[in-house]
Design a protein around this ligand. Sequence first.
Ligand code: ANZ
Ligand code: ZN
Length: 824
Amino acid sequence: MTSNGMKNYNPKKIELKWQKKWEEDKIYKTSDDPTLPKQYILDMFPYPSGEGLHVGHPRGYIATDIYSRMKRMQGFNVLHPMGWDAFGLPAENFAIANKIHPREAVDKNITMFKKQLSIMGMDYDWSREINTTDPAFYKWTQWIFLQMYKKGLAYESYEPINWCSNCQTGLANEDVETDGTCERCGTVVEKKPIRQWVLKITDYADRLLADLDKLPKWPDGVKDAQRNWIGRRQGAEIEFKLTSGGQPIEYTIKVFTTRADTLFGVTFLVLAPEHELSQFVLPYQREVEKYIEDTQKKFELERVTKNKERTGVELKGLMAVNPVNGKEIPIWIADYVLPHYGTGAVMAVPRHNKNDYEFAKEKNQKMIWVITDAEFSDTTNSIPNECYEGTEGFLINSDEFNSFSLDKAREKITKKYGKITTSYRIKDWVFSRQRYWGEPIPIIHCDKCSVVPVPESDLPVLLPEVKNYEPTGTGESPLANIIDWVNVPCPTCGGKAKRETNTMPQWAGSSWYYLAYIMRGISNLEFSISKYKDVLKHWMPVDVYVGGDHATRHLIYARFWHKFLFDIGVVSSEEPFPRLEFLGFILAEDGRKMSKRWKNIINPDDMVDRFGADSFRLYEMFIGPFEYTAPWNTNGLVGTTRFLEKVWKVASRINTEENSHELVTNNSLEILLHKTIKKVSEDIESFKFNTAISTMMIYVNEIESTFTKGSDVTKDDFKKFLQLLAPFAPHICEELRFLLGEKKSIHLSSWPKWDESKIKDDKIKIILQVNGKMRGNMNVSANATEDDIKEQAMQNEIVMKWVLGKEPQKVIYVKNRLVNIVVG
Ligand code: ANZ
Ligand code: ZN
């Protein structure tokens, strides 16, 4: 114990105490006062998995906690909420594995997550907690689906979809990894034709793409990922007429090409096996049928991988006609052509496209050169490659277009034989899952009236209790077995009808949850749109959105739903998250990803127990630049703990010496404090937490070193420093400020301001003389060398005017005062 009665720093003694006190005093309660400036600071909410949080998760949560604490102290009305993304496969798989009901599993996991977060001292307003599996929440998810249905944006489809045989459910394209495996369980995804609900995100593709340019505060990497996912391509659509036995038939094939300039080099067409024309010839050609079956077992990456054997079968008996010359060319189906890209049909130009070249070689197809450049003439002898994919050169073998540049040819040929069109990589969003643990899709199927939306007044369609919620694997959800629930009277005709038994995907609730926190402020998500108009307008858009991962999925889906809600007048901003801060992962100490498999998971609870929440929070932010991946190092917590101990020591000293302060206050410490205030404020604002911390460390070290030289920081200045540190280490700063005599919570105090005049980089004024006469003056940095200063003086404009190009005989410098230039 020290003389003033302050014990040594012991986080266990103070952290829990303050957490309780803050909760009792409700200091983090958000008001809806529309007169205050607002800050909506949002984390990507977690799904409460059974494993709990590891030390990688809180990195983003601590960052927003720090940011929101500073904003609150700066006088903003802060909304910093937390909730649970609890529907979906992970929760359901966990429940199945542990033989408990998903509801029970979710509740249990949420309790655990909340406990983990609470010991870190977070400033959430828990009165706004949301949970996507709460019927009060998901009735709104269902409501949004119904609005989309009414606008024709939700439709039924029977096209083959991605199917995971392990999860026994359909998946959206976004849920499939680039290697064709299920994002959840790693099983190779198959194609399975089942009935499904699809959302027409492609209607929004152009806006989703264009509006990325209006997001300067998003990381470029995330925007690029979205641009790539949307995959907009400008090209041409060209129609090929068909013949059978030399006679024209009533059918045309449309191809999509980005290289209309090569139209004279087309020697055959290739269709995706899924193309409707192959279905048409199916009954007649067993070989085609078999090929289509084989294709269905493949995943996309396998189909488009280069340098593999090219397979395909010819649609015999049909020919296509090249519009440029009326020549008949064969039609093939091959799996390298994908069904959902362009029109699912390709005009093959083997001499100028590698895919087509490999295929033509394999299948002995004709090839025609239509491009030449200075290096190779139109005689095949001197051609350097078997295939030229370049875009430099001139057309040959192309009639009236010969010698045209490729760009010009593309334009002219498109004009004459096709039309300009745009193709997208993004596909409509497969929105149904054949699983139990999701929002029921609010649709009723009636024999007479067909698809009937559930009336809004009947929402929510509650997820019924079932005995067995394991997937059926039949393409039907387990809900289909609950006869009582499935059979309902048709809302339109009152006749016998059945409920839709598919549920929504995990991504549904997270596509709009950020609005629910706002709505929760004025009611428990009560069902009335008009009620929320004003608060939504007040709080939206989100000021800072923080999270990692999900560059394409969640962040595209949520932008899509938000734009839709904008279109129907629910929200008034076109983008939900104008500023996105993407965080880096924290790796295990061995540099690998933290995983149960490697047994290298580090639990935040252990760290908080050993070092205290404040030290833990500091270390999480000190580990490296926020957006960088960094390996964990428990030793680092020793460093942050030592820093807090120093802070504690300084406080005890000030407390003791309060009235008999013999040490002098120190001017340079004051300047350093103001610099520290500025740097920490700006660093928090721009999410540079690590440099903010090192700045504070330098300041405390400086206090210590001046103390040994007989001067000390004033109590007032030190209290200002504690305010800066408070967002990072909320408990210790609260404790110390109270000990130094304050009565109000530090977290409700006003953020310190820096005095610009005190931190102006220490400049000194130097008088300029020429031949001993004062001619002007200049400012130089206090730590400039004598040579620097002389140099600057001679280059000074006024001086140069008086020197008139003469060589100086002497340059005299009087330290910190003047420069005298003597010329003849
Ligand atoms: C003829 C041609 C000639 C092509 C040539 C290219 C070079 P990007 O730029 O990647 O979008 N294509 C069109 N639809 C396809 C589908 N469903 N599956 C596979 N390939 C398809 O590629 C556009 C090109 O990809 C299109 O231009 C088409 O081949 C092919 F010297 O048409 B091209
Ligand atoms: Zn009906």
